[in-house]
Design a protein around this ligand. Structure first.
Ligand code: AOS
Ligand code: ZN
Ligand code: ZN
Length: 386
């Protein structure tokens, strides 16, 4: 196989999981702008996700969020997905929207609240059994706002205890993915603030526990690719929540704010042997002012473009320059790959897969946006908390 053929073959295997909540109305705490045609239930979210997969060929799974996607028949929901060429992906838990969680969930000082939170997480594993999902994705809003508010160390003990109970419940082929975030909604101390804390918990739990890197969850200037390289080296990288940030957890389209950072991350993924199904590429985004489905298609394409560039890095030339201590040559190898226009290559890959080379244009021509705007009237549009 020529090198280019190998790059194309790799690109054809890449799958990006899209989040059910990105199809619903969501935005900021100031205003959520409702859009016509937005799904009214989990099935309609899957119908939209099927369009993203139809035009990209690269988004075969959809992450669910419980309770936002609660239904009384998960097997039927899985079948609905299957009939549209999709599978249900990670189950995202929610221990942040109930009044009970004012002081935390699994780290709450009251054991009754902790019990409630753990029961919810266990219910999420039951749902995974019904949907055939591999991954339970945990993000905790737990934390404190004021020094002294609660005992930082005890909160870690409570967290460890809760995670252990859920870990025990996992089936042989199921995994627990622990996401970190440095602040928000807690402003003084978040209980899982960084990769080190997530890693320490996952290490203690065992091989089924892995860390999620949400690209928006870092302080400005953080070298995320270093974290990725480290987690891969320790065999503890489970997934990405891809999105873009200019300021904090902006949840904008991946690759929009800093495509160079995304390229550097994808280079470390490939370099570190992470381009396998063991590392899930997920989106975690909100589309408040832009049309949702084309924005998600665009996001999938942005991940593909960064991946293509990363695959094009001349690793032999890079290694030689690095060994020789040639700083400028080494940097130039990376930059040459980054500066390559990979859009024609990806258009070819799509054509070879029988897809339209321009997924956004193909979606626009399909008439789906007009159809859902006309058909999905009445009912409540799904959104955050719906
Ligand atoms: C929160 O900031 C996170 O990024 C989570 O991944 C969260 O679980 C997701 O936004 C769905 O609620
Ligand atoms: Zn996330
Ligand atoms: Zn986030």
């Amino acid at each position: 196989m020529t090198e280019l053929a190998a790059v194309k073959a790799a690109l054809k295997t890449q799958a990006v999981e899209t989040p059910s909540w990105a199809y619903g109305n969501s935005g900021t705490r100031f205003k959520v702008f409702a859009q016509p045609g937005v799904p009214r239930n989990p099935r309609e979210k899957l119908d939209d996700a099927a369009k993203v997969h139809e035009f990209t060929g690269a988004a075969p799974t959809v992450a669910l969020h419980i309770p936002w996607d609660r239904t009384d028949d998960y097997a039927a929901l899985a079948k609905h997905a299957e009939e549209r060429g999709l599978r249900l992906g990670a189950i995202n838990s929610n221990t942040f929207q109930d009044d009970d969680y004012r002081l935390g969930s699994v780290c709450h000082p009251d054991p009754a609240v902790r019990r409630k939170a753990v029961d919810h997480l266990l219910e999420c594993v039951d749902i995974m059994d019904a949907t055939g999902s591999r991954d339970l994705k945990l993000w905790f809003a737990d934390g404190t706002n004021y020094p002294g508010q609660d005992d930082l160390r005890e909160r870690q003990d409570r967290l460890a205890e809760a995670l252990a109970q859920v870990y025990e419940r996992l089936g042989d082929d199921q995994r627990m993915l622990l996401e970190y975030k440095f602040f928000e909604p807690a402003f003084y101390a978040t209980d899982v603030p960084d990769w080190g804390t997530a890693y320490a918990h996952c290490l203690k739990l065992g091989p089924k526990a892995r860390v999620v890197v949400d690209t928006g969850h870092h302080a400005p200037g953080t070298n995320i690719e270093f974290i990725v390289a480290t987690l891969l080296r320790e065999d503890k990288l489970g997934a990405f929540d891809f999105n873009s940030r200019f300021y904090a957890d902006d949840d904008l389209m991946v690759g929009a704010a800093d495509p160079f950072q995304l390229f550097r991350i994808m280079y470390e993924v490939i370099r570190g042997g992470g381009f396998t199904p063991d590392v899930a590429f997920m989106l975690d985004q909100c589309h408040n002012i832009e049309a949702k489905i084309p924005a998600i298609i665009r996001s999938v394409m942005n991940v593909q473009e960064a991946t293509a560039k990363a695959l094009l890095v001349d690793r032999a030339a890079l290694a030689e320059a690095q060994r020789g201590g040639d700083v400028l040559a080494a940097n130039a190898v990376l930059m040459d790959a980054y500066n390559t226009d990979v859009r024609p290559l990806l258009a070819e890959v799509r054509a070879e897969l029988g897809l339209d080379p321009d997924p956004v244009a193909a979606y626009r021509r399909s008439g789906w946006a007009e159809r859902i705007a006309a058909e999905r009237v009445g009912g409540t549009q799904a959104g955050w908390g719906a």
